[in-house]
Design a protein around this ligand. Structure first.
Ligand code: FES
Length: 157
């Protein structure tokens, strides 16, 4: 259950627009930030707030790459597998991440720190190969840079 203050703030925000579903994605991100992912319970809460059915919320949630319907790690790595990054070494970057994290794409590390997911072009083709970690972009990737990024995040965790 959302804290009362957060729930009331969302309700106020929703009350100020004509069509609550316009805020569906914002509400889902807010719940996801609070719970860590958009659980079934969170879908029901979002549906109630937005005056939608849970199925309608789920249909929107599953459309968005950055809405997570399964638990994810503290850091979610989205590695770009679209054409420019692919031409600039996506395969070796993906393999490097899989090796260093000891997981495959779609998995979370045993310590719950990292989830590795693919993503379509994130608009940073000029920095390819690129990836996002918790919505922050990292580009011009190579194995040394990946090492340094992962070590820094582990130290901050
Ligand atoms: S193709 Fe990877 S950022 Fe555009």
């Amino acid at each position: 259950m959302l804290p009362k203050e957060l729930r009331e703030s969302l309700k106020d925000h929703i009350a100020n627009i004509d069509h609550p579903r316009e805020l569906a994605v914002d509400v889902m991100f807010t719940l996801q930030d609070h719970y860590g992912y958009l659980s079934d319970e969170a879908v029901k809460e979002a549906a109630e707030l937005l005056e939608m059915t849970p199925l309608e919320v789920d249909e929107i949630a599953t459309f968005y790459t950055f809405v997570y319907r399964e638990p994810v790690g503290k850091y979610v790595i989205h590695v770009c597998d679209s054409v420019i990054c692919w031409m600039d070494g996506y395969e070796s970057i993906k393999d490097c991440l899989c090796t260093k994290l000891a997981i495959n794409v779609g998995e979370t590390t045993a310590d719950g720190l990292f989830t590795l997911l693919p993503v379509c072009c994130i608009g940073y083709c000029d920095m390819s190969p690129a990836m996002l970690i918790n919505r922050k972009v990292y580009g011009h990737l190579n194995p040394e840079k990946i090492d340094s990024i992962l070590e820094k995040l582990k130290a901050e965790a």
